[in-house]
Ligand binder design. Structure first.
Ligand code: NG6
Ligand code: CA
Length: 516
């Protein structure tokens, strides 16, 4: 037989089998591969949810997921701030390995390498359609973004087939939505300009125009004014494209719902990143006064409602039983994060920390221990789990779920734990808060000495700095009141040794840094 005949034969064979198996694969895939949804809240604290003990805020929809799924009591975000946690969630890499994984301005370049493994990439390779709706805050572009053109690279270049996002945070410019890299509703005759260093001529700022403000700033947040709210960063133009703050929750919900409806007949992965209860807290009028806590409580009720509506969509579309849902928060809670919105004044009996010490920005428990719930109707049985789990484990666990042996750099495959079939969580975990790290092993937590203030006074949160080593036994002292470093030197040394094995001597370099 001639070579060309043989290759033609194989070509025909391959195309026939691949087109058949293509169809078959799709059928098998949609049968065996569940949809996966990550519901990710922004700054929701351990104690902000009814199932975790809140009595002043009603969260019936999140409670239902917690009560009918696995409710983790020791589940962690990878960091006590947003960007690093989101980076670790999507990549399975500890954020302290990436020097750019820190709170980013709206003009920062994308910090995920487009060659890096991510959850959406992994799932896409397994036949999933992948989408992100909501807060991004992982940077966009390569350094000098022109908001009037296609903005790239971004979510669509790290594995998402569809993206509908706000670039950074609700308190940072640009205050516009981007769909697949294009600013939605942009009038080409009114181009957008963004600058984080300097204002544009003639544009009012929060600092100089208190009379124009509907929300007062407390610290930071005194640059451009949009919808009466002073923001971080300066922005000009793009008038028609600007979002409406009080409609943001409804807006993201509608996008998440239409994504589900559109992709219900193929396996999909949706990362639905809600903006609440991050500042500025702008509940839709329907939710104003739903709690006695002011806007912070009200937006948590609003977020809970969104989750309820989203769940109804899954149910109405007939795919609830084929969908794994993971709910968590990117970092712990903060009351005053830069605006006067009564969060402190009206806190009353509510404990956003649920008995934990610290809060957002902190190496103490409330910085990273957050609500963490898995729910899968008919597949996961109701249970409370004390296993130590981290969001960094989600990538490897989902890989296992869809049949791939893919270990991420730092994450573990904890699928059995996430599905409630095992309580063997992580043995250890490196926690991060504003580039400082701490080490957890079983019930022990060790915080190395860090210079800098013990409390960030503006937000009134203890962030874990101390000139001394700190060692806590979380089984007996979850509130971290007793430093056992001096009374248990053997344990301390063991912890330091193991910790250094992970992070090297980087803590020494960090000790010298001035923390903001
Ligand atoms: C801080 C902001 C805070 C919040 C945070 C990011 C000031 C003074 N404070 O720098 O308001 O935006 O960044 O929060 O500007 S996060 O949840 O996205 O990490
Ligand atoms: Ca956050």
């Amino acid at each position: 037989m001639s070579r060309s005949f043989i290759s033609l034969f194989f070509w025909v064979l391959i195309s026939v089998t691949s087109s058949c198996s293509g169809n078959k694969e799709k059928q098998v895939a949609s049968k065996n591969k569940p949809n996966i949804v990550i519901l990710y809240l922004d700054d929701l604290g351990y104690g902000d949810v009814g199932a975790y003990g809140a009595t002043e805020i009603q969260t019936p929809n999140i409670d239902r997921l917690a009560n009918e799924g696995v409710m983790f009591t020791d589940g962690h975000a990878s960091s006590a701030t947003c960007t690093p946690s989101r980076y670790a969630l999507l990549t399975g890499v500890y954020p302290w390995r990436n020097k750019d994984a820190k709170i980013l301005p709206g003009t920062a370049p994308l910090i995920i390498d487009t060659a890096q493994l991510t959850i959406p990439k992994l799932l896409k390779e397994q036949g999933y359609h992948t989408g992100v709706v909501g807060k991004w805050h992982l940077g966009l572009g390569n350094g000098r973004v022109n908001w009037n053109e296609q903005v790239s690279p971004g979510p669509n270049e790290v594995g998402f087939d569809y993206s509908y996002i706000m670039a950074a945070t609700q308190d940072r410019v640009p205050t516009v939505y981007l769909e697949n890299g294009l600013v939605e509703g942009l009038d080409p005759n009114d181009p957008i300009e963004v600058n984080y260093e300097k204002n544009f001529d003639g544009q009012p700022t929060g600092k100089d125009n208190p009379g124009l403000l509907t929300m007062k700033w407390h610290h930071g947040h005194n640059n451009s004014i949009i919808n009466g709210i002073p923001r971080i960063g300066f922005m000009k133009g793009g008038e028609k494209a600007k979002w409406n703050d009080v409609d943001m929750a409804d807006h993201f919900l509608a996008k998440a719902q239409s994504y589900v409806k559109k992709h219900k007949s193929e396996p999909f992965f949706l990362y639905y990143a809600l903006q609440q209860p991050h500042v500025p807290r702008t509940p839709n009028p329907r939710f104003v006064g739903k709690t006695n806590l002011g806007p912070r409580g009200d937006v948590i009720v609003e977020a809970d409602w969104c989750i309820g509506e989203f769940m109804k969509t899954l149910e109405n579309e007939g795919i609830l039983e084929n969908t794994l849902i993971i709910l968590s928060s990117d970092n712990g809670p903060v009351l005053n994060d830069g605006y006067y919105d009564d969060a402190v004044k009206r806190i009353g009996q509510h404990d956003q920390n649920g008995g934990l010490r610290g809060g957002k920005y902190s190496l103490f428990e409330a910085g990273t221990r957050v609500p963490f719930i898995t729910y899968w109707k008919g597949k996961i049985e109701s249970k409370k789990s004390d296993a130590l789990v981290s969001q960094i484990d989600i990538l490897s666990s989902l890989a296992k779920l869809v049949g791939v042996e893919e270990e991420s750099t730092d994450g573990n495959n904890l699928l059995d734990v996430l599905l409630g079939n095992s309580d063997r969580g992580r043995e250890n975990l490196v926690l991060e808060a504003s580039i400082r790290t701490a080490f957890r092993k079983k019930n022990w937590l060790m915080i190395p000495p860090y210079q800098g203030p013990a409390v960030i006074t503006e937000v009134n949160i203890e962030i874990g700095n101390s000139p001394e080593y700190q060692l806590f036994d979380l089984d007996n002292d979850v509130g971290q009141q007793k430093n056992l470093a001096k009374s248990n030197p053997d344990k301390l040394n063991e912890m330091i040794k193991e910790y250094k094995g992970f992070v090297g001597d980087q803590d020494q370099e960090i000790e010298a840094l001035e923390l903001k």
